[in-house]
Design a binder for this molecule. Structure first.
Ligand code: ATP
Ligand code: MG
Length: 320
């Protein structure tokens, strides 16, 4: 099957290990085979905060993270929401295809509301999954490499595509999510590793910063290290981070540590993460912000061209 790949990230901070094992590794693997679009979702930043914050710096950092993990702008169109007004226009007919009840029962939206810094919930929080449908469908995306938290949104996109096709004309494919080896990587506090929750190991952190973050992670006082997700979730999570980085099973690592306790566990995790990220961190230093923004400008141009064509098709299908 010939795919078109679309995925993206919010420019809310540096990318972390969750991004790598949830989505970035698949992007890098797919970029040689399929056309790919990668979205910097800048309009999505203001779903759960009052202001976009250090948005320009975050966009530059995101671009450098992409180049560092090996996304190649010659193959991948990297673009941002705010450069493609057609996406916002696509969102309007799409919003008419879903009910308020469907918007309200999205479990990821509920989780994000629980972690939001806002006193009240704004309208974009409930409607951004439909914006995301526009993000995926503007390029007729068929494959969406994402973490598990995005599955309800991909489901929403499938709903929008099917309903549009039924109501107007067969314009859109029905896309599929693709999850990585770590569909839900947990952070150092046991919750979903997230840029905005202060629990992440950034790809771009230094080795010392990485060591300090892991040192602060909670463990328990049992000397024998075992992999037990139910009764020892903190220890299990550290083992999982190391297992992902080393490509080895958690139990094997636990056996190797044996009676070494939390200190030996943390040493092993720190080495595993730093060894794994070393080439990525090195590549990051080889790229400049200027180069990254040239890539973004070209990606914006390609994405916009595609979006204009799709919006024309949508207007035709609706007989506007
Ligand atoms: P924020 O806290 O600002 O929402 P985030 O860490 O959740 O940041 P996003 O930009 O919302 O990151 O998500 C970008 C992509 O990375 C999505 O496909 C998402 O599913 C994936 N992703 C994010 N966190 C994880 C994680 N902990 N494990 C696996 N995939 C993840
Ligand atoms: Mg998120």
């Amino acid at each position: 099957m010939d795919h078109i790949v679309l995925t993206g990230d919010r420019p809310t901070g540096p990318l972390h290990l969750g991004h790598y094992f949830g989505s970035l590794a698949n992007r890098v693997a797919l970029q040689d085979t399929y056309p790919m679009y990668v979205l910097i979702a800048d309009y999505q930043v203001i779903t759960d905060r009052d202001r976009p914050g250090e948005i320009q710096r975050n966009v530059t950092d995101l671009l450098l993270d992409y180049l560092a993990v090996g996304l190649d702008p010659a193959k991948v169109a990297i673009f941002r929401h705010s450069a493609i007004p057609e996406l916002n226009q696509l969102m309007l007919p799409f919003l008419s295809l879903v009910s308020v009840a469907e918007l309200s029962r999205n479990p990821t939206v509920k989780d994000e509301i629980a972690h939001s810094s806002q006193q009240t919930v704004n309208g974009l929080m409930f409607t951004y999954p439909v914006h995301q449908a526009a993000d995926i469908l503007f390029c007729k995306g068929t494959l969406v490499p994402v973490g598990r938290d995005q599955l309800p949104h991909v489901e929403m996109t499938r709903l929008v595509a099917r309903r549009f096709n039924e109501r107007y004309a067969a314009v859109f494919p029905v896309p599929e999510a693709m999850m990585g080896d770590g569909p839900l990587v947990k952070g150092l506090d046991g919750g979903k590793m997230s840029k905005s929750r202060g629990n992440a190991i950034p790809l771009s952190a230094t080795e010392d910063e990485t060591a300090a973050l892991i040192r602060k992670a909670r463990t328990d006082s049992e000397r024998l290290i075992t992999f037990d997700e139910r009764d020892r979730p903190e220890v299990a999570n550290l083992l999982t981070l190391a297992a992902l980085c080393l490509g080895r099973p958690q139990r094997e690592l636990a056996d190797e540590i044996g009676y070494g306790g939390a200190a030996a566990l943390k040493r092993l995790v720190t080495d595993a993460v730093n060894d794994f990220l070393r080439p990525i961190r090195r590549r990051r230093r080889e790229h400049t912000a200027e180069e990254a923004h040239v890539a973004l400008a070209e990606g914006n141009r390609r994405a916009r061209e595609r979006a204009i064509t799709t919006l024309d098709e949508v207007r035709d299908a609706m007989k506007f």
